[in-house]
Design a protein around this ligand. Structure first.
Ligand SMILES: [Zn+2]
Length: 253
């Protein structure tokens, strides 16, 4: 009797799941963790803002690499002169630059046109400014649905989430973030994909140095998201920076 009930239940689950499994549109891969043992990817979201070069230098001085998921128009306009300079400086230091969408929206609330635009405006900016095409995208708030994944696939994106949140963007004091990192490290995870924010002054000035030391002391290698996944950092890299023209401006959306 129990077996029969289970069989019926299983059949019901399979039938209900099939429309999803059989969806015609392929979806972008979603990564929630690193795959290369003993690596940590420190990621910094929501810039470009004031602290990119400072964090870049901290990482470089400690033989570490990081990843910056940048917006086009959030805290700052990506085409501003000082922003272009800090993006290029950080990129040339070997840190990975990837997309965090144009305006940091809740992607699940947008239609196809808007989502596509959120992706393509940043792609276009990074192509002009750095000569790269990025295939790494972190959806704002870590939010996505089937439509977001379908469009991301069409745009050749991988979605990158995280498995550790420093809490720095939700009002957590940096001392608490340090304690959280310590507690995580004490669990001896094989890898770590950590969410931080370039836009937080305390992250830049206190947390990053502390965390680099704690992680390296524990024996981890601090690498880009691409390296922690065993992937190439860019879909293409021309090695040439573009020249400013009238298109280097920030539309509202
Ligand atoms: Zn964000």
């Amino acid at each position: 009797m129990l077996e029969k009930t289970l069989a019926i239940l299983l059949a019901a689950i399979l039938v209900s799941a099939n429309p999803l499994v059989d969806r015609a549109a392929p979806m972008a891969v979603v990564y929630e963790a690193c795959t290369v043992n003993n690596t940590v990817a420190l990621t910094f979201d929501d810039g470009p803002y004031l602290y990119m070069t400072y964090i870049s230098d901290l990482l470089t001085q400690n033989n570490a690499k990081g990843t910056f998921f940048v917006n086009g128009n959030n805290y700052n306009c990506i085409y501003n002169d000082d922003v272009v300079a800090s993006l290029r400086y950080t990129f040339l230091a070997g840190h990975q630059i990837a997309s965090h969408t144009w305006s940091h929206p809740h992607l699940k609330s947008l239609n196809v046109t808007r989502i596509t635009r959120e992706f393509e405006l940043v792609d276009s900016a990074l192509e002009s400014i750095l000569g790269i095409h990025t295939d790494f995208l972190r959806p704002p708030y870590g939010e996505y649905n089937a439509l977001v994944r379908e469009i991301a696939y069409k745009e050749s994106k991988k979605l990158i989430i995280w498995d550790f949140d420093s809490g720095d963007s939700v009002g957590e004091a940096y001392r608490q973030s340090e304690t959280d990192y310590d507690a995580k490290i004490a669990q001896n995870p094989k890898t770590l994909l950590a969410l931080n924010h370039e836009t937080e002054e305390d992250t830049a000035h206190y947390l990053v140095a502390y965390v680099i030391n704690a992680l390296q002391t524990a024996g981890y290698k601090l690498v880009t998201v691409a390296e922690c996944l065993g992937l190439e950092p860019y879909a293409s890299n021309t090695g040439t920076f573009g020249t400013r023209d009238d298109t280097w401006a920030c539309p509202r959306r």
